[in-house]
Design a protein around this ligand. Structure first.
Ligand code: FCB
Length: 400
């Protein structure tokens, strides 16, 4: 048994576009209607209206933290026009979390941007940093009392999405949409590595947001990085280091000076002399094509701690896409064991937030089921799965 840091957060994560519904002014909503092979998010889980019910499920299960996001496209639907009503909406969400005894972990950007921002040239446009900073300044007042703020979710995956969106506009990309959160399998083209020029721009955006938040709030500020938990085949150590740099370390190194870093881990991949090896075909592979690798979380937090010089870590996402909830419990239990061992070895972990509270819209696809709670897509009825109560009971033990 591993003792946990005092105030260790136990909870679950979500993202606005994946659960709220009708995110009409966002760039992702626009591409859903345009790109072949993409399902629409539509009403999603209608969490825009049902957030109190979602939070209550979490609190009633005995969990103490909820990670959710603020949607830029709602706050600023056209450049410079700030919606007071939407600011009030997100403030109500934060207050509801406090009321229910939940610690909010608030994400300011989770893949989606306003459509106008994308049309202006997106993250590579000259105005991008000023635009993002202005948005962060606008939302700062409603963050009063919030202890944990994530400026940006998975800039490394966002760099791939930005690159793909540009390639599609240039008509260079053939074939159907594939979410970068679904792993490449079969005939699909391999994902491009995150583009380092885009990555460096996102680093700049993060640092600008961090500065704005530090001037205006008392929150701990960080960002979250998708971790691929690469493992080198004998002789492929240099290749692994090279890939780690573009996939993760550029973003982890940029986290130095933050108050914490978010680790997001799902699976692990071998690196051979020629690069990343595709996930081997196996009956245990998840609904997004990744290998069943609960050891990934231990690898991810250890690597993150090493690269950031021992920074405080929040596990901001960890989970499995499966329709079999007993597999979810098994995966999560094993992941926590690996996390416990890393903590025992001195990795400074401050919380575990499971992805995800709800079965939700997985970036173009509805099939992958990551939720602790199922959602009826017609009635929006929430049906907690056994894994929700299981995670709550695990949290109440206060140790791993
Ligand atoms: C992560 C994303 C999250 C979700 C999970 C499955 O890359 O941050 O929104 O899609 O993967």
């Amino acid at each position: 048994m591993t003792q946990l840091a005092p105030g260790f957060l136990w909870g679950a994560s979500t993202a606005p576009h994946q659960i709220e519904g009708n995110n009409l002014n966002s760039d992702f909503w626009a591409s859903e209607g345009r790109v072949p092979g993409m399902e629409r998010s539509g009403d999603a889980c209608d969490s825009y209206h049902r957030y109190r019910e979602d939070m209550r499920l979490l609190a009633d299960a005995g969990l103490g933290a909820y990670r959710f996001g603020i949607e830029w496209a709602r706050i600023e639907p056209v450049p410079g026009l700030v919606s007071r009503a939407e600011l009030a909406h997100y403030r109500r969400m934060i207050e509801t979390a406090f009321e229910l005894g939940l610690t909010p972990v608030v994400t300011l950007h989770h893949f989606t941007s306003p459509l106008w921002f994308a049309q202006e040239g997106g993250w590579m446009d000259d105005h991008a940093i000023d635009r993002f900073r202005a948005y962060v300044e606008t939302v700062s007042p409603i963050l009063d009392g919030v202890e944990w703020v994530v400026t940006m979710n998975e800039p490394n995956m966002l760099a791939i999405m930005v690159y793909m969106a540009r390639a599609m506009q240039d008509q260079q990309a053939a074939g159907e949409w594939q979410s970068p959160t679904l792993d490449n399998e079969g005939p699909r083209p391999a994902l491009p590595a995150p583009d380092t020029a885009i990555g460096e721009r996102l680093v700049e955006a993060h640092h600008a947001a961090r500065e704005a938040l530090r001037e205006r709030t008392g929150a701990k500020v960080g960002w979250t990085v998708a971790n691929r938990a690469f493992v080198a085949r004998p002789g492929a150590e240099d290749k692994k280091r090279e890939l780690e740099h573009v996939w993760e370390d550029l973003y982890l190194e940029a986290a130095r000076g933050d108050d914490f870093v978010g680790v997001q881990s799902y699976s692990s991949q071998w690196v051979g002399p020629d690069g990343i090896e595709p996930h081997p075909q196996h009956p245990d592979n998840t609904l997004v094509g990744t290998a069943y690798r609960p050891d990934a979380l231990g690898i991810a937090v250890r690597h993150t701690s090493e690269v950031t010089g021992g920074m405080p870590i929040l596990v901001t996402e960890n989970g499995i896409a499966t329709h079999d909830d007993t597999r979810r419990i098994a995966y999560t239990g094993e992941s926590l064991e690996h996390l416990g061992k890393a903590i025992a070895d001195g990795v400074d972990v401050r919380g575990y937030l499971h992805w995800s509270l709800l079965d939700n819209y997985e970036w173009g696809h509805w099939e992958p089921a990551f939720g602790l709670v199922a959602v009826d897509r017609e009635t929006f009825e929430r049906r907690p799965k056994p894994s929700l109560a299981w995670l709550g009971a695990t949290a109440r033990q206060g140790r791993i």
